[in-house]
Each structure stands twice: as C-alpha cells, then as structure tokens.
Design a protein around this ligand. Structure first.
Ligand code: TMP
Length: 203
C-alpha cells in the first residue's frame, strides 16, 4: 500500500507518519517511512534548494520543476523498489502538496501540475491522510521549531489559510482516497484516528 500524509506546515503530519510506521511494524507489516521533498540522496539535495532561503528565490513554475525532479528520483530509488518488495510505503507529503502549494496557492497552475505528474511520475497514493489544523496554531508551532527550513512558512498566515482551504477542497474531490483527520486533538488521539481510518481502508 502507498500511504501519504498531507497538511499545512506545522500540522503534525510528520509525527503522525512516523507513528503509523511504528504501529504497522508492531503488527508485522513490512513498512518504509519516507518524505518529500527528499527520500533519496538526489532528492534530499534538491530539498535544500526548495526549503531554505528567500521566499522569492523561485517562481511557482520553477518550484514545480524542482519538486518533480526530486519526486522522480525518489520514485525511482525509493518508492517503486519498496512497493515491488511488497512493503507498505508511508510518505510525508507527495503530489497533493504540489497540487495545492504550487497549483492553487502560489499560482493558478493546477492543470500544469496534473499534466506533469501524469507524464513524469504516474503514480497516486492508495490512501492519503490530511491532517487538518488551525493555521495560526500550526504556524506558531512550525516557526518555533527554528528548523532553518522555513521558506514556505515565511510566506505568512494568509498563505497557510489558503493552503488549508485547498487541502480541504482536494479531500472533497477525492473522498475515497483522502481522509481528513482532526489535528487539533492530542497526538495520541490523532494517531488513534489515523489507525482507525487505515484499518477501515483495508480490503
Ligand atoms: P516539510 O516541511 O513537510 O518537510 O515540507 C517542506 C516544504 O515544502 C513545506 O513547506 C511544503 C513544501 N512543499 C511544496 O511546496 N510542494 C511540494 O510538492 C512538497 C512535497 C512540499
């Protein structure tokens, strides 16, 4: 199974992606955690270009090309081989982030993102968790981390509000694949909801 986690910056999705991997491993499900941008040596090098530095460093169009370059390498080196070995992949962000960050909020480029994805990547997740949270809470949490990877957080609160609306709309358009999880709860309760939604998605 190919599982992705999505959400605005500081939503807690990275913690939840790792918690799901631990839960699946404890059920003896062979499982690999990975992330985007990144997840392979080449893609991690491209990540640095994308998440650090001035918010105006790249246009939305250039970002689409860089995210896709990173994603293609990640797919070839990490995702496809793990799925072929029969493992479940849990990926922190995937193409839905490009659809919303670059395709809807940074610019009106959703069709370009979809065409590029179909041509160069051609794979969708089987199940996507969208961790939904108040952007003010998330932004405070995200910036407090001082990770040095704040390029998108530095785009401001309205940017995060627009992202949230974009992810909720995406979930509405893809109700089978996308499960919205209330990220305002305690970490344990969010994890419990993720696991319950995972279990009910099993054939
Ligand atoms: P992360 O902080 O969740 O690791 O993600 C890095 C940043 O990159 C985050 O601010 C979201 C952004 N991003 C996009 O804008 N488009 C994408 O396609 C991906 C994967 C991430």
């Amino acid at each position: 199974m190919f599982i992705t986690f999505e959400g605005i910056d500081g939503s807690g999705k990275s913690t939840q992606a790792k918690a799901l991997v631990e839960a699946l491993k404890s059920q003896n499900v062979p499982c690999t955690w990975t992330r985007e941008p990144g997840g392979s040596e080449g893609a991690e090098a491209i990540r640095k270009l994308l998440v650090e530095g001035d918010p105006n460093r790249w246009s939305a169009e250039t970002e689409i090309l860089l995210f896709n370059a990173a994603r293609r390498d990640h797919l070839e080196k990490t995702i496809a081989p793990a799925l072929e070995r029969g493992e479940t992949i849990v990926c922190d962000r995937f193409v839905d982030s490009t659809r919303i960050y670059q395709g809807v909020v940074r610019a009106d480029l959703r069709e370009t993102v979809d065409i590029m994805h179909k041509t160069m990547i051609g794979r969708e997740a089987d199940l996507t968790f969208i961790i939904d949270i108040d952007p003010e809470v998330a932004l405070t949490r995200g910036l407090a981390r001082n990770s040095g990877e704040d390029r998108f957080e530095d785009m401001g609160l309205q940017f995060q509000k627009d992202l949230r609306a974009g992810f909720l709309e995406l979930a509405k358009q893809n109700p089978e694949r996308c499960k919205i999880i209330d990220g305002s709860q305690s970490m344990e309760d969010v994890g419990r909801d993720v696991l319950a939604a995972y279990e009910s998605a099993q054939p």
